[in-house]
Design a protein around this ligand. Structure first.
Ligand code: HEC
Length: 112
């Protein structure tokens, strides 16, 4: 009576709900038009900085021409440009996402 039951019901149910939510978030990507650019660009921020001005020896991508950014990403994706890191990231991007990112970063000012 009144005792909390550490049953096999409560905990896994919560875990399961959490897992389903997580999967829904991961799998529930809407079409390319539906992904906010800021969300996409967050994936690049780890290495290229939140504003496209990269720390250390990673090349900055802010303020490059849209055409140049698009071409770079397409070349990474196709493997035409040899890259350890970027080929992997570019392979995960659709044409529409590359377009979004190219526009996004070309509009950001360079740090210098
Ligand atoms: C794990 C770190 C990392 C992440 C995440 C990352 N990059 Fe890169 N990026 C690099 C490195 C390192 C280079 C230099 C080329 C190489 O070695 O791959 C580079 C190069 C580039 C270049 C070429 C710049 C130039 O002037 O040559 C572009 C454009 C670029 N990244 C865009 C992006 C975009 C857009 C994203 C997000 C989808 C992204 N990167 C995510 C590490 C990263």
């Amino acid at each position: 009576m009144g005792r909390i039951r550490h049953g096999s019901v409560t905990k896994p149910a919560i875990c399961q709900a959490g897992l389903i939510l997580l999967l829904a978030c991961l799998a529930g990507k809407p079409g390319a038009e539906g992904i906010p650019t800021s969300g996409l660009a967050d994936a690049c921020a780890v290495c290229h900085g939140p504003d496209g001005n990269s720390p250390a020896s990673i090349p900055s991508i802010a303020a490059l021409e849209t055409d140049e950014l698009r071409q770079l990403l397409l070349s990474f994706r196709s493997g035409e440009l040899d890259s350890t890191v970027m080929t992997r990231f570019a392979r995960a991007l659709t044409d529409a996402e590359i377009e979004q990112l190219a526009k996004h970063f070309s509009q950001l000012p360079a740090a210098e």
